[in-house]
Design a protein around this ligand. Sequence first.
Ligand SMILES: Cc1cc2nc3c(=O)[nH]c(=O)nc-3n(C[C@H](O)[C@H](O)[C@H](O)COP(=O)(O)OP(=O)(O)OC[C@H]3O[C@@H](n4cnc5c(N)ncnc54)[C@H](O)[C@@H]3O)c2cc1C
Length: 434
Amino acid sequence: MIDFSVEPEFQAKLDWMNTFVREECETMDLLFPEMGLAYDTSHEPSRRHLKPLQEQVKVQGLWACHLGPNLGGPGYGQVKLGLMNEIIGRSNWAPTVFGTAAPDTGNAEILALFGTPEQKKKYLEPLMAQEIVSCFSMTEPQGGADPGEFKCRAWREGDEWVIEGEKWFSSNARYAAFCLVIAVTDPDAPLTERMSMFIVPTETPGFEILRNVAIVGECDPDDGAQCYVRYNKVRVPLDYMLGNPGEGFKVAQARLGGGRIHHAMRTVGKCQRALDMMLERAVSRRTRGRKLGDHQFVQGKIADSIIQLEQFRLLVLKTAWIIDEIEAGRMPHGASRNHIGMCKVAMAQVYHDVVGRALEIHGSLGISLDMPLAGWYAGHMSLAFADGPTDVHRSQLARAYLKTTKPVETLFPREHIPTRLFEAERRYPNARGK
Ligand SMILES: Cc1cc2nc3c(=O)[nH]c(=O)nc-3n(C[C@H](O)[C@H](O)[C@H](O)COP(=O)(O)OP(=O)(O)OC[C@H]3O[C@@H](n4cnc5c(N)ncnc54)[C@H](O)[C@@H]3O)c2cc1C
């Protein structure tokens, strides 16, 4: 059965969120617009404003809903999280206000699955309470996110692991209490068994931020949130390895799927906001004696945006449903992989197209910093690169489908009409009245 309705009790929660995000979280976006501030737990004014809002979210039972009860969280499953994240995605601050900001969400998932009881107490609990923030440190400067190119090494010395190497674009490492780091522990092992995952508290001697790299939208090239990090023979206890030696890839996969789909859910919300702006402008602005929305080119842009966004929303919700089915044991582990890849690829394209059209319909006002559209538009490539470049996901998706497709032994394809007609006439020689 396919049912797109939402129970009234949950709809009431979504309605509350809708008003709250528009009135409070979007206001925080205006008061504290600097990128990275949402992760800076030492920034007094924003934290003063944030705490009472987070309390309201907790009272509503909507705090940190990315973790389900099986992992010690209050979550309602991915489909409901999808509907919630669509609302949260409208605002830059909302993920922090609702305790669902990346990469802390994925890192919390890893700690919940692989952390020791002490690590959960020391890192997971304060992370879930957002007393601290965390970082995921995987990409390397010489080889991007391709594990085959990783050089950052870890080896055992007595009762400690020693980590040495560089990581690139370790988002928010400058604000983080700890990083989850992937390092090569057995360079001779097959690729998927070569790496292990470690917790590295950022206070550990040898942890060094070489530069705080900025991206578009930030002002000072050396004061951004994408940290270039060096691990100078950093030492951590043996049990700071998450999972077993060689399981880093498996542990990372536990977070990357969730991270990608949560980004996609929030992107639906940001695109909906851009579409709302496009519609408002089209019925408000006049040119050549008519409203913008009375011109067919503008109508075409609006229609394409509505259709593209609805297709994407349905893809995201179906993917969320598959993940819930896996959780419930009704679908096999890994059944969501292709759909998560589809969401990842579609996300950047839909965002680019819908936000781009909204900007275009606003003309010079759209490109100005008086509107949020130009800033959003500039971020579309970040969506395409973060969590793995779009092209890699496209290629993986195609290969997955190609792998399950059988070649034909015959000269012509299976759908070759003369061949099929010949077979049909053989089965039904009198069908055409001969
Ligand atoms: C805003 C932002 C935040 C990020 N946060 C983090 C973080 O917190 N932690 C972290 O570890 N990393 C993070 N990253 C890094 C991100 O994972 C990498 O940018 C991404 O994996 C790609 O690596 P790269 O940038 O080195 O690009 P490259 O690997 O150099 O790829 C460049 C281009 O080459 C092509 N290409 C590459 N590989 C393939 C392939 N296999 N098949 C076909 N084409 C290919 C694609 O066109 C791709 O766009 C972040 C990135 C961004 C933009």
